[in-house]
Design a protein around this ligand. Structure first.
Ligand code: FES
Length: 147
């Protein structure tokens, strides 16, 4: 059911944890299952993602996709990181079963929310990035979304 890469990233997830003094933090909830993901980004003065960590209260597919997503955005510029969609992450993992596709959205949304947080903190605008719809970092209620 799961590819070898998914199993590997699930059993040995990369970049689990937190960052001290992160440049941006994004926390999102998955409306379908209630799982939660938080991503920490360390971004340098050239807008390159130096480091990235995640924590999740979520299923195995969410762990695997977040692990892969953090690997993919590390070392990338903000603009390049925006191209790391859930589709790109799934492809890098050799696919996910259809019922688990929604899980892969958590990582993408959490990265976007963390980038949004970074932009707000620094008073800048990131082209192509819109306000995250389900950032629950400030304790806001998440909205029901259909995927
Ligand atoms: Fe909730 Fe996968 S079932 S993220």
């Amino acid at each position: 059911m799961y590819s070898e890469k998914v199993m590997d990233h699930f059993q040995n997830p990369r970049n689990v944890g937190e960052l001290e003094n992160p440049s941006g933090v994004g926390t999102v909830g998955n409306a379908k299952c209630g799982d939660i993901m938080r991503i920490y980004l360390d971004i340098d003065e050239n807008q390159v993602i130096r480091d990235c960590k995640f924590k999740t209260f979520g299923c195995g597919a969410a762990v695997a996709t977040s692990s892969m997503a953090t690997e993919l955005v590390k070392g990338k510029t903000i603009q390049e990181a925006l191209q790391v969609t859930n589709k790109a992450v799934m492809e890098a993992l050799d696919g996910l079963p259809p019922v688990k596709v929604h899980c892969s959205l958590l990582a993408e949304e959490a990265i976007h929310a963390a980038l949004w947080d970074y932009a707000e903190k620094n008073g800048i605008q990131i082209q192509g990035l819109s306000k995250p719809k389900s950032d629950i970092h400030e304790g806001e209620e998440e909205e029901e979304e259909e995927y």
